[in-house]
Design a protein around this ligand. Sequence first.
Ligand code: SF4
Length: 265
Amino acid sequence: MRFEKQLFRKVGKAVHDFSMIRPDDRIAVGVSGGKDSLALLDALLHLRDHAPISFQVEAFTVEQGKFVRPIEPLRSEMDARGVRWTYERDEASFQLLEDEPRHGCDVCSRYRRRAVYDIAHRLGANVVALGHTADDFCEALLRNSMFTGRLAALPATTSSRSGDFRLIRPLVYVSEEITAGYCAEVGLPLTPCVCSFKTGTVRESLRTFLGTLRQSNPNVMDNLLAAMGRVDHTRLLDRRFLDTGSDAVSTDSRDLLPILAEETL
Ligand code: SF4
């Protein structure tokens, strides 16, 4: 069980590094039917059974009409684990599919988020665990840098906007190679969503780009993750974190302005 060991170790480290779980937490795990969220659920169940603190874990799935086949067979897996599974069809998402069949990820994820919070509320959860992996963190870093002009990835631990939930991403150190390997090892049935076959997206381009780089340097993703945890703000351009000697600049800048103006003519 090579992948199981890696999965459990890396999730344990993330939970510890980012103080993700606290005593008496009630954690709702969003299970999408894909390899990542199923691996996440198993890792949290393992942690629940071995951690020195007590917390609860349960699973839920939001049906948005995008699974390639019925996800109901997952119920036997949940029963085998003794975990309560709430499976709900989100009527608003189905309406969206009818009204705007070509809607983008921004709208889709907004609908999902609303449904997730609604279910988590009803479950009495105070924590929602999300299945974003190390791959997602690396892609988000590149996407934000190149397409939104922001040096940011995803928060490992944060609060929902309303403050009602702690949102945690315990797979931050886990690559999709590990989640895929784990699900194959354990024989978990996967139910992909139609979007996993989408081509020509920014996400797909970034995946291909990272995949190509990894062929010559297998550590590319580990290095990107390490970089997110070791920011050298003196070598970036965000003046909020730089001592630019503002007094000196404000005096000198008057002298500099005509020179700069001339240079731009
Ligand atoms: S990839 Fe598909 S399921 Fe995921 S947010 Fe985008 S539209 Fe929704």
